[in-house]
Design a protein around this ligand. Structure first.
Ligand code: ADP
Length: 490
């Protein structure tokens, strides 16, 4: 089958969070299953060009209709660790993807509406006729709308769309200008509740709703989150649309790319290790301490790696830092953040705790340090308010780092509490808590740190259980292939 992934991120070239890992990992899995797979991305100025091989123009004269005129684009092709990637480079005064940032611009919806239009125009003009176009998150929600209402009539008439929602919180809200720019027009048509009209605010339209209404199949990134999206407030207002389209909606748990995230092969860590050589992990603990100037002692290292966003349980993370230090552990945080208030909150935490020889707070995005933290820490916290899938706990499991998580979304599907007698002993791999408050995370961390000190053999067994679990792309690869086959023949 011929599949084109259209996305705003792909690891490691354009990575903000888990979406990038998914596009990277899933594309490979589909390719080794015998599919022809290509990825279309914006050509950002701030990409990691050192991870693109042979980048060169392949389509010089792509003219993308826009506001009744046309914008000239060049399409470049290169390999990203074996994945075939096309990069769209618009030559527009608006400098759509030359902003030295991926997201956070006032005109993000216009930027990505343009990207969707350019991706379709590229397929049309270059003769690409994939069986399935796989779109991701709000940034590509308008692609299936334009495919059905414009491009289907121009030659892209058999293409099917699978649409994956990685995060319901960001939906892409817009108005008449985007309809005019893209050529969709017809506001009286799209401003209807069964169309793109936002269910919370009737005066605006919603990209993600477009993806839901117009795609042939919609997935989200874990079965539990699919349930939450349907039956709780976690779809951030899209519950009704999901109800209407329930026959084409389901959850597929994300995988992790084990050639990137594998302590046996990881080139970013000084001491490679596996289940059989688990002691090697402690070489990385030493290296982490050296790098972050932490005191060498018997203490466990509790860590956090992730975006610093309200979704991630920021107050609980701050509380956990204080609590871990008080409970005889060290604490390490690597967090990226584009919001000034949140940045200041964590800069303050750094001021409060940064002098301690047992704590390090690092603000920024750092792929290499992330690997060392997964390998060198003993426990990793994920106290999210909501978490569609969550990859950090899955990566932690692979590195024998015991996850301490809030039971929500995909965290529920992947982390099984050490003391949960309803779960098979061999499946228990971490600690989980329910209540979203300081007491919740304290009780789970207390149990984890207590086990580390008082029952080291049991702690070791938890690490082993985690390392044994299989969260590769193998299973999700089967599920996505089935979805593609299903929509292709429907
Ligand atoms: P989300 O998609 O909500 O950001 P996930 O847990 O699904 O969260 O995926 C996070 C991915 O991004 C993981 O690969 C994690 O290692 C990586 N990551 C997040 N923040 C950082 C950071 N500050 N530095 C390096 N890697 C990070």
């Amino acid at each position: 089958m011929y599949v084109i992934q259209v996305a705003s991120e792909c690891a490691p070239v354009a990575k903000v969070g888990g979406l990038a890992d998914v596009v990277f990992g899933l594309s490979w899995e589909l390719a080794i299953r015998g599919n022809e797979v290509e990825i279309i991305l914006p050509k950002y100025d701030c990409m990691r060009y050192d991870h693109i091989w042979g980048l060169s123009p392949v389509y010089e004269d792509l003219w993308v209709p826009w506001f009744g005129e046309a914008i000239h684009c060049t399409v470049l092709f290169g390999h990203v660790h074996g994945r075939k990637c096309y990069f769209i480079d618009p030559h527009s005064e608006d400098r759509f993807f030359n902003r030295n940032t991926f997201y956070g611009c006032h005109d993000d919806v216009i930027r990505y509406a343009f990207f969707c239009k350019a991706a379709l125009e590229f397929m049309l003009k270059s003769g690409k006729r994939p069986d399935v176009v796989h779109c991701h998150d709000w940034q590509t929600g308008l692609l299936p709308v334009m495919l059905a209402d414009i491009y289907q009539h121009n030659g892209l008439d058999t293409q099917r769309v699978c649409y994956t929602i990685h995060n319901f919180k960001h939906q892409g809200i817009f108005g008449h200008d985007v309809l005019a720019a893209t050529g969709l027009g017809r506001p009286e048509h799209y401003y209807r509740p069964e169309q793109l009209r936002d269910d919370n605010n009737p005066s605006v339209l919603n990209c993600m709703k477009g993806g839901i209404v117009y795609s042939n199949f919609i997935t989200t990134v874990s079965p539990n989150h699919a349930w939450e999206a349907r039956f709780t407030d976690q779809s951030h207002g899209l519950g009704h649309a999901l109800h209407v389209h329930q026959d084409k909606f389901g959850g597929i748990l994300n995988g992790v790319d084990y050639s990137t995230w594998n302590p046996e092969l990881d080139g970013f860590i000084p001491s490679q290790y596996s289940l059989e050589t688990i002691e090697g992990k402690y070489g990385n603990k030493d290296a982490l301490r050296d790098r972050l100037w932490l005191y060498k002692s018997e203490k466990p290292i509790v860590s956090y790696v992730g975006r610093l966003d309200d979704q991630k349980g920021l107050n609980l993370i701050c509380h956990a830092a204080h609590y871990a230090l008080g409970r005889g552990a060290q604490f390490v945080l690597l967090g990226s953040c584009s919001n000034h208030e949140i940045f200041n909150q964590f800069a303050q935490l750094r001021n409060e705790l940064g002098q301690s020889v047992d704590c390090h707070i690092e603000l920024g995005f750092n792929e290499e340090l992330a690997h060392l933290i997964y390998a060198g820490s003993d426990m990793m916290i994920v106290p999210s308010a909501f978490e569609p899938c969550g990859l950090t706990q899955i990566i932690a499991l692979r590195y024998g780092t015991v996850p301490v998580v809030r039971s929500v979304g995909g965290l529920t599907d992947t982390v099984f509490d050490k003391d949960n007698s309803h779960v098979d002993l061999a499946q228990r791999n971490g600690y989980a808590f329910d209540s979203y408050d300081n007491f919740g995370i304290e009780s789970a961390l207390n149990r984890a740190i207590g086990l580390f000190y008082d029952f080291p053999q049991d702690f070791r067994q938890l690490m082993i259980n985690g390392m044994k679990s299989d969260y590769s792309w193998n299973h999700p690869g089967i599920h996505y292939s089935n979805v593609y086959e299903y929509i292709r023949h429907k």
